[in-house]
Design a protein around this ligand. Structure first.
Ligand code: PHE
Length: 345
């Protein structure tokens, strides 16, 4: 019996130490220590031994079992560490490999123009405000000195939703809202960029377009303030050499009113196809706030005056980037939009 145990010890020890992986180790554990394992068989045979031999053999077998279990434990730990090392090895990142290029989007030309205008006016102390695109007739027209049936309403083809609600045709609607909601009737200095809607659609007009409105209300505001402000604005947007020309015009909410032209930035004023040989391009509507508008929105026209201006952002973007059809701005064709990443600041 002792000889048998010695043989088991010898072969088990050798095989266990030489086992190459967890699976092999487990098979060996079953082979020797499992229910039908070789060492277990020895224990079963003990019943045939004499009473003196039994404890001696039992002791030897138990010691051997402890020893084998100890070897198994150590091997298990060894395999565990090897597995971890292999995993770390495989997960190594080769930082010398060239990376895949991250695709960057680019800002929409309209947003570039809007952000530039906002930066400029904020630097001059203006607030940027928004207003609803679904507007009431009251704020879009009536409070701007355009009562119902006023012929000047024909200047803007409107999308009416009901008889009271329409898609705003101009950001001037925000003038009225800001004046009215300013309860203390303190001075105002705002710009309002936003979407506007009119019933038109061709290469230079879209049914939805963008405007920015400017409004300043204070004591002692003169036409010189308006001219100076627009000069700064236009030079910043279209080039330092730009010259302005004020032509008398009509808007119901301003008096006097002007259409403002800028010297053609393509030909410098000598005449080309962009300015239709005139040397000038019309870009803005502007004027001194009409006393009726001040009164209707709670400001005393004896004390306060102001100026307002409005311009189409789409046209500005077209001029700035040489875009030939306004509808490109709304089609979101990536081939078109990608071209603007070169202007990234
Ligand atoms: N709201 C006018 C338009 O859309 C432009 C404008 C704004 C004119 C402010 C004068 C003052 O045509």
């Amino acid at each position: 019996m002792k000889e048998k145990i010695r043989q088991i010890e010898e072969s088990a020890e050798k095989e266990l130490v030489n086992s190459k992986n967890a699976k092999e180790l487990d098979d060996l554990r079953i082979k020797y220590l499992g229910k039908k394992g070789e060492l277990t068989q020895v224990l079963r045979g003990m019943k045939d031994l004499s009473a003196e031999e039994r404890p001696i053999i039992g002791g030897i077998v138990n010691k051997l079992r402890d020893k084998l279990e100890q070897i198994i434990k150590e091997k298990e730990q060894q395999f565990e560490i090897e597995k971890l090392q292999e995993k770390i090895e495989n997960e190594k990142i080769d930082i010398t490999l060239p990376s895949t290029k991250v695709k960057r989007g680019s800002k929409h030309p309209l947003n570039r123009v809007i952000e530039d205008i906002e930066d400029l006016f904020v630097s001059m102390g203006y607030d940027v405000v928004g207003g609803p695109e679904l507007e009431t007739d009251e704020y879009c027209f009536e409070r701007l000195n355009l009562p119902k049936d006023h012929p000047a309403r024909d200047m803007q083809d409107s999308f009416y939703i009901t008889s009271e609600y329409l898609l705003r045709t101009q950001t001037s609607s925000v003038q009225a809202r800001v004046m009215e909601s300013n309860e203390e009737k303190t001075p105002i200095r705002i710009i309002c960029p936003g979407k506007t809607y009119r019933r038109e659609d061709d290469a230079t007009h879209s049914h939805q377009f963008n405007q920015v409105e400017g409004l300043v209300i204070d004591e002692n505001i003169t036409l010189a303030h308006l001219k100076g402000t627009l000069e700064v604005f236009v030079r910043r947007m279209l080039g330092e050499k730009s010259k302005l020309r004020f032509r008398p015009s009509y808007f119901p909410f301003t008096e006097p009113s002007y259409e403002v032209d800028v010297s053609c930035f393509k030909c410098g004023g000598s005449g080309c196809n962009l300015c239709k040989q005139t040397g000038w391009i019309e870009i803005l509507g502007a004027g001194m706030v009409h006393p009726n508008v001040l009164k209707m929105n709670g400001y005393n026209p004896e004390k306060y005056g102001g100026f307002a201006f409005g311009t189409g952002l789409d046209r500005l973007a077209m001029f700035r980037y040489g875009i030939t059809d306004m509808r490109y701005l709304y089609k979101n064709d990536v081939r078109f939009l990608n071209q603007f990443s070169q202007f990234e600041r």
